[in-house]
Design a binder for this molecule. Structure first.
Ligand code: ZN
Length: 505
């Protein structure tokens, strides 16, 4: 038995100063004097929080992102061209980049194939927008992919054309899949990228990740056998993997790995104007892109349920959310269905989510970027704005809310996620929707108890309590008394089932 004493330990049952751990589980916590033994560890007044769990992340993409052309924060197309030129100069074959955002450019226009052709006429280039729902490719890539003016838009996608019908190089939603076959990463490389992604999650203090990675179960199993899975992994395969040989059966648990749900996407992203909306976007008049019809969604959710899986469905716009909620209702799905993002809603939808017990899986760090343009997309006086990124309202309504990063879309740092949920600070320094700020306890809740509930682990994870797994993190900064310290705080130690997985100090 080990006693961790002289600490400030946050539990959802009050602050404690010591805890006893045996065989990876918490035995007892307290605040009064505690008897010490040889195994007692003086925590020197450091902060201990329950292990943080990211309820929506893409671990493979996070690992891969560390190895592609990083365009995040680029302030102009010229800056992107400069970065591309340098990157392309010392490599052959496909160039993959990620992270551009036209809202950071003065003229706010998308990058075009001509912008890329000027720099890299002979090398195929594909650059993902920050949200991953839109790519721009150059002419060389279009040629290799066999996409020309006569190519029809795929269902749920758009091959963008200008007013004269010429291709612009922009591919949206399902059309993004067209580049897939050519930028495929071979299995061993994928494995290394997943390992890198997991390490990046441990580094920021995550003890668990609920990750959307396609065809990855056997890779995770191998990594675990090699001792390279440091944290808990809840894998969400894609819906289309149901029934495949390497797809785990619902409820499969092996060591730190678990799987019981599959993923579907109902629409796109707000930044790309592809989130499907009930009313047109205030700035462009578009209404977004629906990936499926109502009938298709109903059927897909039914199929997943019949196969025994829970569903996690991406919906950002209120139209997509409405359709997802309807499909869950039609199927009588009461197995903790998850609406991921739940960004633009309405009073009716929030009430329905509560009534149907649908989990809202939210991404607080989206405020950092989206706060710059969300009012122009939604309309500053619109009714829907009141129910957008409305996390406080959702919690007060009694909806189960869990927190995630959607990394690599935004940073995977859960402390920054908590900071965003508490302060709602945009990267221009402004605060967006003061009235929806969460308290420290609420922000911690969504990354601990809330996320544990979303993984159906609320009986053993998400709090520091007798009988619970000893998953916890140690910090020097007193973020409990001063939540503003979350912005730059670093996790010093990470423990999973009482085993130290990361130690900075
Ligand atoms: Zn995502």
């Amino acid at each position: 038995m080990t006693v961790y004493f002289n600490a400030k330990i946050f539990t959802f049952n009050g602050i404690k100063s010591w805890m006893k751990i045996e065989n990876g589980k918490i035995i007892e916590l307290g605040s009064e004097e505690v008897e010490k033994s040889d195994d007692s560890i003086d925590m020197k007044q450091q902060i201990i929080l329950p292990g943080l769990i990211d309820a929506h992340i893409h671990v493979f993409s996070l690992g891969r992102h560390s190895n592609t052309l990083n365009l995040s924060g680029s302030g102009s197309i010229f800056e992107i061209q400069t970065k591309l030129k340098e990157y392309a100069s010392n490599r052959e074959g496909w160039i993959i980049g990620r992270g551009w955002d036209q809202d950071l450019f003065d003229d706010k226009r998308y990058i075009s194939k001509e912008d890329l052709d000027m720099i890299t006429p002979d090398q195929p280039v594909v650059l993902f927008r920050v949200c991953g729902h839109i790519v721009v490719v150059n002419s060389c890539a279009l040629e290799i992919l066999g996409i020309n003016q006569n190519t029809e838009d795929p269902d749920g996608g758009e091959i963008e054309r200008d007013k004269d019908g010429y291709l612009t190089g922009i591919l949206k939603e399902k059309a993004v899949d067209l580049v897939g076959p050519l930028i495929i990463v071979e299995r061993n490389e994928r494995k290394e990228m997943i390992a890198i992604g997991l390490q990046k999650c441990l580094d920021v203090g995550l003890t668990g990740v609920q990750t959307n990675d396609e065809e990855a179960w056997t890779i995770y199993k191998e990594l675990q056998e090699e001792g390279r899975v440091p944290i808990r992994v809840y894998l969400t395969p894609n819906h289309k993997e149901i029934g495949k040989e390497d797809t785990p059966k619902p409820g499969t648990r092996e060591g730190l790995l678990y799987c019981d749900r599959v993923k579907l996407l109902a629409d796109g992203s707000l930044g790309a104007h592809t989130a499907a909306m009930r009313e047109p976007y205030a700035d462009t008049g578009e209404t977004g892109i629906l990936i499926y019809t109502q009938e298709e969604l109903n059927k897909l959710i039914g199929e997943a349920n019949t196969a025994g899986y829970r569903v996690e469905i991406h919906a950002i716009g209120d139209l997509a959310a409405e359709m997802v909620i309807n499909a869950i209702e039609v199927n009588n799905d009461n197995n903790k269905p998850i609406l991921t993002h739940a960004q633009i809603l309405g009073e009716d939808l929030i009430q329905k989510m509560k009534n149907l017990n649908i989990i809202a899986n939210i991404q607080p760090t989206f405020i950092i970027t989206d706060g710059n343009w969300v009012d122009s997309r939604l309309g500053i006086d619109s009714e829907r704005r009141k129910y957008s990124y409305a996390w406080k309202t959702m919690i007060d309504t009694g909806i189960h809310v869990s927190g995630g990063s959607d990394a690599p879309v935004e940073s995977n740092n859960p402390l920054l996620g908590m900071y965003s949920a508490i302060f709602r600070e945009v990267n221009n320094g402004k605060i967006w929707r003061e009235d929806e700020k969460l308290t420290f306890e609420e922000a911690l809740f969504i990354y601990t108890k809330g996320a544990a509930y979303t993984a159906k682990e609320e009986g053993r994870l998400g709090d520091l309590a007798p009988g619970f797994e000893a998953d916890f993190i140690v910090l020097k900064d007193d973020v409990i008394s001063q939540p503003e310290l979350l912005k730059n705080a670093k996790v010093q130690q990470v423990y999973i089932s009482g085993i130290k997985k990361l130690a900075r100090s």
